[in-house]
Write a protein that binds this ligand. Sequence first.
Ligand code: C5P
Length: 231
Amino acid sequence: MTKQTKLISALDVPELSTALQLVDRIGPSVEWYKVGKQLFTHYGPEAVHELKARGKRVFLDMKFHDIPNTVAQAIRSSALIGADLINVHASGGPAMLSAAAEAMREAGKTVIAVTVLTSMDQSQLEALGITATPAEQVVRLAGLTQSAGLPGVVCSALELPMLREKFGPDFLTVVPGIRPAGADAGDQKRIMTPAQAAQAGADFIVVGRPILAAPEPSEAAQKILEELKNA
Ligand code: C5P
């Protein structure tokens, strides 16, 4: 695998000031940050602007899921405020994914799709009337994503080999559920180390608590970057 897996640090904290202190403390070694629903709902575009002002790249993790026109407009708005990487739910369906792909091309940003949330298991899918296994559903939704013209997905590390095999080396994969060896798993169940995810061909890993909760976040980030480099 010649490509270098990149680290996205998830800013899952309630206060923007805390998030920015972290970013400043971590410094130039981490380029990508994830702004999710918690921070964005409270602080809005300011959260993105502050990161862009620090020269960072932003994954705006809003997981849009709505009618095609609304999702396309939300992507255009995300691009206007400076988001570099934007996501939607693949389960919004082919028409929504196509509208997202068109908005992406106009905006010149990257839009990826969430397949099956890692919190969903077989019984949760069955409750929705879906009889496929989670893995089958991931492949189906990733296929719809690719057919609609979107470049990739958010997926768990365990699905990486399967997605690589079916959708090729250029299909973009963004992988949360990462824990350095010895780190607390927390509520994440399907986990891999940064090195394992890199070896499995992840384009990006998303890491929250192992950095945020470390006594020295910049050291924790540095160790993960080293691990990715040496994988
Ligand atoms: O703290 P931790 O490293 O588990 O954070 C992972 C981040 O990735 C969180 O922001 C979480 O919301 C996000 N995420 C996830 N699983 C998904 C999609 C996003 O853990 N399927």
